[in-house]
Design a protein around this ligand. Structure first.
Ligand SMILES: NC(=O)C1=CN([C@@H]2O[C@H](COP(=O)(O)OP(=O)(O)OC[C@H]3O[C@@H](n4cnc5c(N)ncnc54)[C@H](OP(=O)(O)O)[C@@H]3O)[C@@H](O)[C@H]2O)C=CC1
Ligand SMILES: O=CCCC(=O)O
Length: 290
């Protein structure tokens, strides 16, 4: 199967390398074109523009930072729409349902086929083909591209009409962002009250709250180390979009709202490009206890 891939950030790079490793022919494009060079070393071809990639490939996947990037790649000059007639577009970026619907409508109006397919799972699962893929849109296209989803992920869910994949992803990340803040507060409280935060990790791991995120991020957070797997600026974008979904549906989300404030504070401290676990740093204000 020949696929195009737009967006070679942390996720897009890992996903496209994984596709190449599994025998897919991949043509890549990235806004900063120099980032394509590493993919060429892995066997990819390069398209000069999103339009050129779509022209060449029957299926094009996108993995872009946010709604504005996702819209720009489709609607701007030399964008996806130029050659979409008869072609298939799969947007795996995390965006809101409105953005996804706008893209879907425009693509269908030009004779193309569309799926939204945001993912749960981060850099390592992307490298290992262990993502969880939240798909919605054209069911026939979903069935057609299952071989690619099977390489990229350990499980895909077909959720019905466009928007449902985006909403599911935002709900999941809203929970994750809130949990990360509670976890950071717990680590800080343990330390400041004279307990060993390392022992707290062991206690948590043995009980009902044991989870992959605490296990993965806890040890690095205790070392004040936040190499970006999921950049904090993207987690804050997801909290913002999830809160907007809460507004639309009159769902009160005080915990998520507080978590969003903490991520905003972290961004204002210049931590946006670090891993989202760097929200831990917002709790390290000078200690006035003595
Ligand atoms: N990292 C993670 O763990 C996960 C991320 N996601 C989601 O996946 C998406 C990508 O995340 P990730 O790879 O981490 O992000 P990165 O910040 O590493 O990469 C972002 C990508 O978007 C491109 N981009 C940004 N703005 C524009 C624009 N205006 N026009 C065209 N391209 C643009 C960047 O291009 P350039 O190189 O030129 O800047 C880059 O290729 C996001 O929606 C994120 O929320 C989902 C699951 C996990
Ligand atoms: O959107 C990013 C999700 C990161 C994860 O699921 O670990």
């Amino acid at each position: 199967m020949e696929v195009g891939f737009l967006g070679l950030g942390i996720m897009g790079k890992a996903m496209s390398i994984n596709l190449l490793r599994h025998g897919f022919k991949v043509t890549v494009w990235n806004r900063t074109l120099s980032k394509c060079n590493e993919l060429v070393e892995h066997g990819a071809s390069v398209g000069e523009t999103p339009a050129a990639v779509v022209k060449k490939c029957k299926y094009t996947i996108a993995m872009l930072s946010d709604p504005s990037a996702a819209l720009s790649v489709v609607f701007d000059k030399d964008g996806v729409l130029d050659h979409i007639n008869g072609k298939c577009y799969i947007d795996m970026s995390t965006v809101d349902a409105d953005t996804s619907s706008k893209i879907s409508e425009a693509i269908k109006a030009k004779g193309g086929y569309f799926l939204e397919a945001p993912v749960s799972g981060s850099k390592k699962p992307a490298e290992d083909g262990q993502l969880i893929i939240l798909v919605a849109g054209d069911k026939a296209l979903y069935d057609e591209v299952l071989p690619a989803f099977d390489v990229l992920g350990k499980k895909s869910f077909f959720l019905g009409e466009v928007g449902n994949g985006a909403k599911m992803k935002l709900v999941v990340n809203m929970i994750m962002g809130s949990m990360m803040n509670a976890f950071s507060e717990g680590l800080t409280l343990a330390e400041r009250s004279g307990l060993s935060p390392g022992t707290l990790l062991d206690v948590l791991d043995l009980g009902a709250m044991s989870n992959g995120m605490f296990k993965l991020k806890g040890p690095t957070m205790l070392k004040n180390s936040y190499p970006p797997a999921f950049p904090l600026k993207h987690q804050q974008k997801d909290m913002r979009l999830a809160l907007a979904l809460g507004d639309e549906n009159a769902v009160s989300m005080p915990v998520a709202a507080a978590a969003n404030e903490a991520f905003k504070k972290a961004r204002s401290m210049g931590l946006g490009d670090l891993d989202f676990s760097a929200v831990h740093e917002t709790l390290k204000a000078p200690d006035h206890s003595s």
